[in-house]
Design a binder for this molecule. Sequence first.
Ligand SMILES: Nc1ncnc2c1ncn2[C@@H]1O[C@H](COP(=O)(O)OP(=O)(O)OP(=O)(O)O)[C@@H](O)[C@H]1O
Ligand SMILES: [Mg+2]
Length: 288
Amino acid sequence: MASLTQLSSRASGEGWGGGATENGAHHQPRTEMIRIEKLGKTFTTADGVVTALENIDITIEQGEFVSIVGPSGCGKSTLLMCIAGLIEASAGSVMVGSRRVSGPFTELGIVFQEALLLDWRTVLGNVLFQIEMRGLDPKAYESRARELLTRVGLGGFEGKSPWELSGGMRQRVAICRALIHDPPLLLMDEPFGALDTLTREQMNVDLQRLCAQTGKTALFITHSISEAVFLSDRVLVMTPRPGRIIADLPIAFAAGTRRLSIRTTPEFAEQEKKIYSIFRSIGVLRDE
Ligand SMILES: Nc1ncnc2c1ncn2[C@@H]1O[C@H](COP(=O)(O)OP(=O)(O)OP(=O)(O)O)[C@@H](O)[C@H]1O
Ligand SMILES: [Mg+2]
């Protein structure tokens, strides 16, 4: 796994909404970031055993942007929590870099569906909370926090409270909080699900650019097929519970930053169609 220092230097040209460059993952030699083998997860509940995940095999290379789409309840969040070491797998293994995941670890950033900000802290204080939680010196990270906030369009909002922000702004703060320690890996669980369509589309463009420019490895969970196609190098499709991966589709667009205009191209529609037809074939979507 790349060290944080290596990533710091790679991330130094990082921008949110800056000019398009092609110095991202697509042209770098690839090494494995995540390897999941035969992963299973069962929960024991009052009503019996629930098998959330079964026999999951996934490999993600450094710098790849991979999305997971699947019906509600199929185990997407469970999978993400297993990768983050926040819940224990019942079977199989998860490797991140050269380490087998057996508990929480620090070289990752997580963004959840809800921004989960602390209302009694300022925007800046929320971003730096991540640093404090890791036992690091917040003073040393303050200028980076301010810079990240400016890059996501929140310059001038550092001293505001979370309840003074819109949903999209709150989620941008959550993304800064996930990136402040410059992790090589970003795990996102439907981060834009609660946003209006226009804000969501802008967040998609900005996130895609950020990841392409900094070479972050990203695993992104979404219900939106078009969001997955827009953002990803690969889309993994999951079955209803017990969740299994039934398709791993490469999304071929030119390397570098994607523009919203690709969404109206026949190639984009073709990629979406493939995913819709998989969901139809397993009965998740029905025309009648
Ligand atoms: N802590 C838990 N205890 C018992 N069952 C659980 C637990 N967490 C998840 N489950 C069950 O595991 C299955 C998968 O849940 P999970 O939250 O991973 O689904 P999901 O794909 O993220 O769904 P959604 O798209 O609605 O967020 C569900 O049937 C859920 O009820
Ligand atoms: Mg979920």
